[in-house]
Design a protein around this ligand. Structure first.
Ligand SMILES: *[C@@H]1O[C@H](CO)[C@@H](O)[C@H](O)[C@H]1NC(C)=O
Ligand SMILES: *[C@@H]1O[C@H](CO)[C@@H](O)[C@H](O)[C@H]1NC(C)=O
Ligand SMILES: *[C@@H]1O[C@H](CO)[C@@H](O)[C@H](O)[C@H]1NC(C)=O
Length: 421
């Protein structure tokens, strides 16, 4: 806590890191899905969601435009029949406002436990908390030191089981978070899931399922998002050509499923750069190996992302459904309904659907790869961003972890009823 606070204050004082976004505008842009989709590699989509008020197929995206990009793109939007609305004329101000809130939240948080549910923490504190959980619940929790990130941080995750993964009749559920660096609120959701399981909030889910939970898959990117560029999304690797200018890989394009099939993802400077080869990123290999370890009995995989209130299922590289598309939809709707019951009144309900149909085509995603290697239920789960996008204020963490736990618990019950051997 103290180190987190010190870190924020220090950085605020010594270098104003949000300056790079001084004068950048934030726009909401909506229109025909194919046109919006074609911009994915050219502009930084802060979010993409089906447009709320449409009968035909429309997408709405939140994008940032530098003054130069604005000159180039606004005419393009007009010419192509896209609607747009200015959300903010200075992104740097939004980031500064977020930062002062974060400082306040960490001052107000109580100091009795390492982490609380009303602040964000740096990677060191998150990994320390994971170790503490392991020490406190040695009978059910195994902390895995899974390997080093590109910059050398030990990636830790937990396995939770009442019989050390030795009862082969039990289904396994794998959850990851923090693949995209700037999506901070995903880690608290994973950590809260761990907390609920080990403290016995739902005995059945602890007893009948073996859990693999990876709360912070991309610590390098996360630290970079805290310290240097709040909007950083990728890893921080520099093993590809062009990495001096454009380091990092989009972890959720780095999986070996139709990897390398979309030219849009092959440019190192693109926000969706897929990497020099499938599984080039050590952080993504950690997820791959955790998934493969118990593959035959793994029934559900969820990758936590932010934001947009969606459960997206395969496929993403084409718009057809896997053979169990109906079941994927049904289980997704169950989870979504459980969340919607607890959501904030003003928030939109979850959308459940095929990734390519709801949004646009993607290749190399964890959701598609995990489905392709045989896990029946695999989803990308986009948490709420309200009007803040991924700058979700810490005051909303409790809401998001509580409603998401309800959704994940419902998914787990579905798994027990349908996949217990
Ligand atoms: C928690 O500790 C920090 C210093 O470590 C202190 O500034 C803060 O006031 C404390 N918060 C409470 C609620 O005691
Ligand atoms: C922190 O711990 C102290 C001493 O154990 C206790 O009196 C206090 O109520 C706790 N504070 C919170 C916010 O839990
Ligand atoms: C979409 O991809 C899946 C998985 O590779 C494949 O089985 C299916 O035939 C493809 N559908 C179309 C319409 O190409």
């Amino acid at each position: 806590m103290a180190s987190w606070l010190a870190c924020l204050l220090l950085l605020g004082a010594v270098h104003a890191r949000h300056e790079q976004y001084e004068g950048h505008h934030l726009y909401r842009v909506w229109g025909a899905t194919p046109i919006i989709g074609s911009l994915e590699d050219k502009l930084d989509f802060l979010s993409a969601t089906p447009a709320a008020i449409s009968t035909s197929k429309q997408l709405e995206v939140l994008i940032k435009l530098s003054p130069k990009e604005k000159e180039q793109w606004l005419p393009y939007f007009l010419e192509n029949g896209l609607d747009f609305k200015l959300v903010s004329d200075n992104l740097a101000n939004i980031l500064r406002a977020e930062e002062s809130q974060l400082v306040q939240a960490s001052e107000e948080a109580d100091n009795n436990s390492t982490i609380t549910w009303d602040a964000y923490y740096n990677s060191e504190t998150i990994f320390k908390y994971i170790d503490e959980i392991g020490e406190k619940y040695p009978d059910i929790v195994t902390v895995v030191n899974a390997g080093l990130s590109y910059e050398g941080r030990q990636i830790k995750y937990v396995k939770i089981s009442t019989n050390r993964f030795e009862n082969l009749r039990k289904p396994v559920i794998v959850i990851d978070a923090g693949v995209h660096a700037r999506e901070w609120v995903t880690s608290p959701v994973a950590l809260y899931l761990i907390d609920q399981l080990v403290t016995g909030a739902d005995k059945e889910l602890l007893d009948e399922i073996d859990w693999v939970i990876i709360p912070l898959a991309n610590p390098d990117g996360y630290e970079y998002s805290i310290n240097e560029d709040r909007l950083w999304r990728k890893t921080r690797s520099k093993s590809h050509e062009g990495s001096d200018e454009c380091p990092g890989v989009d972890g959720n394009r780095n999986f070996d499923f139709y990897w390398g099939t979309r030219p849009a993802a092959s440019n190192p400077c693109s926000i969706i750069y897929e990497g020099p080869s499938a599984f080039s990123e050590p952080e993504i290999r950690v997820i791959r190996d955790a998934v493969l370890e118990n593959l035959p009995r793994t029934a559900l995989y969820i990758s936590l992302h932010s934001f947009g209130n969606m459960f997206l299922y395969a496929w993403g590289h084409n718009a057809s459904l896997p053979s169990n598309g109906l079941v994927l939809h049904l289980a997704g709707v169950r989870m979504a309904t459980a969340i919607d019951r607890l959501k904030l009144e003003e928030d939109t309900p979850y959308t459940v659907g095929n990734a390519a149909q709801v949004l646009y085509f993607t290749s190399g995603t964890s959701r598609d790869w995990t489905r392709s290697v045989g896990i029946p239920l695999t989803y990308t789960m986009e948490l709420p961003g309200y009007e803040y996008g991924f700058l979700v204020p810490p005051t909303y963490i409790k809401q998001i972890i509580t409603e998401s736990w309800a959704g994940l618990a419902e998914g787990a019950r579905y798994v027990i009823n349908n996949y217990y051997h």
